[in-house]
Design a binder for this molecule. Structure first.
Ligand SMILES: [Zn+2]
Length: 216
């Protein structure tokens, strides 16, 4: 498919060492997104933005801040159900920085999310109440972008929620599958949060493509 550089933008979600092997919330092969995203930044997309998960140490998405709870337990928060995570992406730490191997000089905007202690933010558009904006929608509209090409981590959480909100806001949404990695929490027999997210996104109108499709 052809990129239209006037309307298309690459959104690189949470490409941070905290989500890679050795990090606080290590995603299997999380570091595998760096090379394909760099290739997309090198020759495919003129315009690109990135997001960065960015939590204070007392963030309520951390299991460690709920006595008796374990990572991947869920709790009820005022805005709905919240999965509890290992401590990750703590503001100012080295592992919360964007991956040093990423071609960061290409990002025209880096948007941080999850900095309010009492609410998580999976989506790049809204915090987890799905109402408090991060400002990305205003930025993209002001720049005239209408098609979002999403890559990064994690397929089943921050990528999926960003894609869903993008669809809800009227963007055309493409998920670049080979440039994403997911967590994959088991949900029911033989299925994980990755399978569920994929079905949900496909039903909502997102299209799954690969970097190869963009070379054509
Ligand atoms: Zn987080």
């Amino acid at each position: 498919m052809r990129i239209n550089q006037a309307t298309d933008v690459l959104l690189a979600v949470d490409v941070q060492k905290t989500f890679m092997p050795g990090g606080g919330l290590a995603v299997a092969e999380g570091d595998g997104v760096v090379a394909p995203i760099n290739a997309l930044l090198a020759g495919t997309f003129l315009h690109a933005v990135a997001t960065q998960d960015w939590h204070p140490r007392d963030h309520l998405s951390f299991a460690a801040n709920h006595p008796g709870k374990q990572p991947y337990d869920t709790i009820a928060m005022p805005y709905g159900e919240q999965t509890l995570w290992p401590v990750h992406a703590v503001t100012g730490t080295e592992e919360a920085a964007l991956h040093p191997g990423l071609r960061q000089e290409r990002f025209e905007l880096v948007i941080r999310k999850g900095f309010h202690a009492a609410i998580d933010s999976y989506s790049t558009f809204f915090e987890n109440d799905r109402a408090t904006p991060t400002g990305l929608d205003g930025y993209l509209r002001a720049r005239g972008f209408g098609r979002l090409f999403i890559a990064g981590i994690a397929t089943d959480f921050c990528v999926a929620w960003s894609a869903e909100d993008g669809l809800r806001l009227g963007y055309e949404v493409f998920v670049i599958a080979d440039a994403c990695r997911g967590i994959g929490i088991p949900t029911r027999a033989g299925r994980t949060t990755i399978d569920d997210a994929r079905d949900r996104l496909a039903a909502g109108g997102a299209r799954f493509i690969t970097s190869f499709d963009l070379q054509a």
